[in-house]
Design a protein around this ligand. Structure first.
Ligand code: HDL
Ligand code: ZN
Length: 416
């Protein structure tokens, strides 16, 4: 080994530099390229009306929810800014994220001037802004959430939209799993001979639908979010669709199935997109799928803190299982730190530490800045433990490890 060994007091700089240099593959977002006109959310008013902030706004406001959502987006943003930033210190992760975005865009955070921030965003050309945001966030590629059940998105793909190569696709198919009879109506309308009971030739036709769309959008994986009571030991329609349609199609295409488990949809319908919550799920469902379908690859993230240790242990048992991200309500410094330490201690470097779940373009800036900081601290502790044994480390090896975590593991697993 001809590289220079680094000392304990050089570790932090080496890790920080490796994290700053690595170009992340962000494997789950809700972003779209500029050509999907109108579907990409960006700018300060979209940042301020992110559903994470809407939930926090209603904790501090007695405004009627329905009335709030009838207001123009700009007015909603002003109410959030006034309530969560001017009337109280913005200490929550989502609130702090807004300020990190402004700071990294070199705006005057101390001025607290929404008008001046709006003036900056009005001056931008979207294509240049996308380049700048990817650069600031250190992101090479993002994977979208592409919903074939969304008429607007369906028409884009059917028109053969040329897609910015930085935006990769994932086929999102929740309705097939959580409400197959309803999903079947759309498939029928699209010319697939399925019936609402998955009888006759329906399973083959659902597989054809999945393969058609996965190939049309060049999906890196298929994905679905699943409830806390997700189970595969029943013969429900959802389980049959998973076992007879989705997994065979994924195996044939050699792409993973991503399962995002533990979401409790719409516990408070008044909050709309902000109305979802979480629950602890049953890890046995993940274990049974990985064991019974060794020819399939599973990307799994779970929403409950209580599921994290057992998910890491499940990944120790099945190499066709790749654990990813600190999803949604777990995407907070205290939990990223705890979860990343569990994963490094049980899985070494064989996991994907984070995805942004960015819904608004500028989220890439704050979510990756904050996560790099926390993950870097955990890596520092682990490398310090290594050096304490007399092990020798080089900067090149740290850069190799960081690239594996933030790019390589995902790319190797999806085979792209
Ligand atoms: O189902 C999902 O993909 C979740 O990430 C939801 O979109 C959720 O609303 C979200 O944006 N979480 O960050
Ligand atoms: Zn998401």
């Amino acid at each position: 080994m001809n590289e220079v060994a680094i000392t304990r007091d050089q570790l932090k700089t080496a890790i920080d530099e490796a994290l700053a240099r690595v170009e992340v593959v962000d494997m789950h977002t809700h972003l779209f390229p500029a050509e999907f006109s109108g579907m990409l959310l960006w700018g300060i008013d979209e940042v301020l009306t992110y559903h994470y902030l809407i939930a926090e706004y209603f904790r501090c406001s007695q405004m009627d929810c329905d009335r709030f959502f009838t207001l123009p987006k700009a007015r909603q943003a002003e109410l959030v800014w006034q309530t969560l930033f001017l009337e109280r210190s913005p200490v929550s992760e989502a609130q702090r994220g807004v300020l990190t975005i402004l700071q990294k865009l070199e705006l005057d955070v101390g001025a607290r001037s929404l008008d001046s921030y709006r003036e900056y965003f009005r001056s931008l050309k979207l294509e240049e802004h996308i380049d700048n945001v990817f650069r600031l966030a250190g992101v090479q590629e993002v994977v979208m959430t592409n919903d074939p059940f969304d008429p607007q998105e369906r028409s884009f793909w059917k028109e053969g939209a040329e897609v910015d190569p930085r935006f990769r696709a994932a086929l999102r198919i929740d309705p097939l799993l959580v409400n197959y009879p309803e999903a079947a109506k759309m498939l029928q309308a699209e010319g697939y001979e399925v019936d609402r009971d998955l009888g006759g030739n329906s399973a083959a036709e659902v597989r054809r639908f999945l393969k058609d769309w996965a190939q049309r959008i060049r999906a890196l994986y298929m994905a679905a979010s699943l409830p806390p009571n997700f189970s595969v030991s029943d013969d429900s329609l959802g389980t049959r669709v998973l076992k007879e349609c989705i997994l065979p199609a994924c195996a044939e295409l050699n792409i993973p199935m991503a399962m995002m488990i533990g979401v409790k949809r719409q516990v408070n319908k008044e909050l709309r997109l902000a109305g979802d919550s979480l629950g602890r799920a049953e890890i046995g469902a993940v274990e049974r799928l990985c064991a019974e379908y060794p020819e399939n690859k599973f990307l799994v993230t779970m929403l409950s803190r209580e599921n994290q240790h057992e998910l890491a242990i499940a990944a120790r048992k099945f190499r066709n299982l790749l654990v990813f991200g600190c999803w949604w309500f777990l995407n907070n410094p205290s939990l990223i730190e705890e979860i990343t330490a569990i994963r490094l201690e049980t899985l070494g470097l064989s996991f994907v530490p984070q995805h942004s779940d960015a819904r608004v373009l500028e989220h890439l800036i704050y979510k990756w800045d904050h996560s790099r900081g926390v993950i870097g601290q955990v890596l520092l502790r682990k490398y310090e433990d290594l050096l304490a044994t007399g092990w020798v480390l080089t900067e090149e090896e740290i850069a190799r490890d960081v690239a594996q975590l933030f790019q390589g593991n995902f790319r190797d697993f999806v085979g792209r």
